[in-house]
Design a protein around this ligand. Structure first.
Ligand code: AHR
Length: 499
């Protein structure tokens, strides 16, 4: 039996909707085909954005979208992607499959996509191979309202009104694909480049994201903060962290997204739970500089990374998505909620057709993955207050690999309703749960569940194999809820409390 203690009167922080953010890179079939098909496509679209995909993304309330990369960001020159499409420069996407990038999706198209999704914008600038002037002019192009060379150019390209840039990344993975820099060198460049990320709209200052660490590279976090932490002068609003879940941590042989073993399952779970260690340890370094937690940790790339589907371009990072991915999503979203005092945004990699995608497409067909269903279950947390909760932890797994059986997070919305999300990663064992709601009595509970065989997934021929279902069987007795949490499941409970 597992006991979950919830204190509805104790709030631990605000859950930014951006904890459920997304990431779309010029990589494989994420942007082209997956999102943008062009106005002349037979696939139904609005201004080139495929309608089925936009509708599915609106359903999960995408709060923010990061673009154009990833590694692509540090070789992207934004002026190649504006103006008449037939005149736009073609380039080689050297990172991702060496394919021709025709720049038909650029700044205007990204802003149009975010308009259709109703989400915030997160633009990632180029430090690795771009100039300060180029970055500065991009910000001017997007946000300046008045007479200036870049604002005039924007108007000449058909958009007189400035857009809002909510988040701006000053480089990406500058310890690797973004220039192979050392922390102090990048830290100095950050100081310089961010100076010219001007706030033309003081009512909507841009949230500046400094490039943070790869996984457990704590010396990067420390080195960068030593060089460019500004003690509150507005240099830096966020520091990023990238961590991918790779079974066994083996980048050479990651294994397939489907058809894996029980050992592979538990290894994936163990690796994904490592996110908690990273949040705590990078958070502890940030606390040394910023004990008031004014700077957000921005986990702007996370998710599973497996070998590509057989027969697909290795540079396109296309993988299927199963109940295993659903558990990974549920666990990470619970962790971000529980660390919302420091974590201010997280962006799953990536939105469509790449890595742990929420949507897969094939020609005109589209499927919602198990990960999409988890985002759909967790959207109730967006903008809520995190509620204090604690649980005794049990480990499960194989002889060699063990992971924490159950994770949870609890939030309260503005009307006083409680939302509890739970994951049970055991392959075989359910868990008898008792939820104790402190001094509050429950009036009613509604539940939903996502579960299935360990590698159950949706395909273009069977798009609804994995679906959420109603979760009944919760017994309410005053301040206590009792139920059994099935194995391999993600559950969401909505609890109405007595006044
Ligand atoms: O998401 C795929 C790649 O992973 C991104 O381009 C890069 O930032 C990271 O290494």
């Amino acid at each position: 039996m597992a006991k979950l203690y919830v204190n509805p009167e104790v709030k631990k922080g605000h859950i930014n909707p951006e904890l459920q953010g997304h990431f779309s890179e010029h990589l494989g079939r994420c942007i082209y085909e997956g999102i943008y098909v062009g106005e002349n496509s037979d696939i139904p679209n609005v201004n080139g954005m495929r309608t089925d995909v936009v509708e599915a993304l609106k359903e999960i309330q995408v709060p923010v979208l990061r673009w154009p990369g990833g590694c692509f960001a540090d070789e992207y020159h934004w002026k190649d992607g504006i103006g008449p499409k037939e005149k736009r420069k073609k380039m080689i996407n050297t990172h991702w499959g060496g394919v021709v990038e025709d720049n038909s999706f650029g700044t205007h198209e990204f802003m149009e996509l975010c308009r259709q999704l109703g989400c915030k914008t997160y633009v990632n600038g180029n430090v690795g191979s771009g100039t300060v002037q180029e970055m500065s002019e991009w910000v001017e192009y997007m946000t300046f309202n008045g007479v200036s060379p870049m604002a005039d150019l924007r108007a000449a390209n058909g958009h007189a009104e400035p857009w809002k840039v909510d988040y701006f990344g000053v480089g990406n993975e500058n310890w690797g694909c973004g220039g192979n820099m050392r922390p102090s060198y990048y830290g100095d460049l950050y100081r310089r480049y961010q100076t010219y990320v001007r706030n033309y709209d003081n009512e909507h200052p841009i949230f500046k994201v400094c490039c943070g660490a790869n996984g457990d590279d704590y010396s990067w976090t420390k080195g960068v903060l030593d060089t460019c932490f500004d003690h509150g002068n507005g240099f830096m609003n966020g520091l990023s962290l990238h961590y991918y879940t790779v079974p066994y941590g083996n980048w050479e042989h990651k294994g397939q997204a489907t058809g894996f073993s029980e050992e592979d399952w538990y290894s994936t779970m163990e690796k994904t739970m490592y996110m908690e260690t990273l949040l705590k340890r990078h958070g502890a370094i940030m606390d040394q500089f910023d004990p008031e937690k004014k700077i957000g940790m921005i986990v702007d790339e996370w998710g599973t990374w497996y070998d590509v589907e057989p027969g697909t371009n290795p540079g396109f990072l296309y993988q299927q998505n199963t109940i295993r991915d659903a558990l990974v999503a549920g666990i990470n979203l619970n962790l971000f909620n529980k660390h919302c005092d420091r974590v201010k945004m997280a962006n799953i990699a990536q939105m469509v057709n790449v890595l742990q995608a929420v949507i897969l497409t094939e020609g005109p067909k589209m499927i919602k993955t198990p990960t999409w269903h988890v985002f759909n279950l967790y959207k109730v947390h967006q903008g809520n207050e995190l509620v204090d909760s604690t649980m005794e932890h049990e480990m499960v797994g194989t002889e060699k690999i063990k992971a924490q059986k159950i994770t949870e997070s609890v939030s309260m919305d503005k009307d006083g309703r409680l939302y509890i999300t739970l994951t049970n990663l055991s392959l075989k064992d359910g868990e008898a749960m008792e939820v104790i709601l402190g001094q509050s009595a429950a009036k009613s509970v509604q539940g939903k569940i996502l579960t299935g065989a360990m590698d159950a997934h949706n395909t273009f021929d069977a798009p609804e194999t994995v679906q959420t279902a109603d979760f009944s069987g919760v017994t309410v007795s005053g301040e206590k809820l009792s139920f059994t949490l099935p194995p391999k499941s993600v559950v969401q409970l909505e609890v109405t409390l007595e006044n």
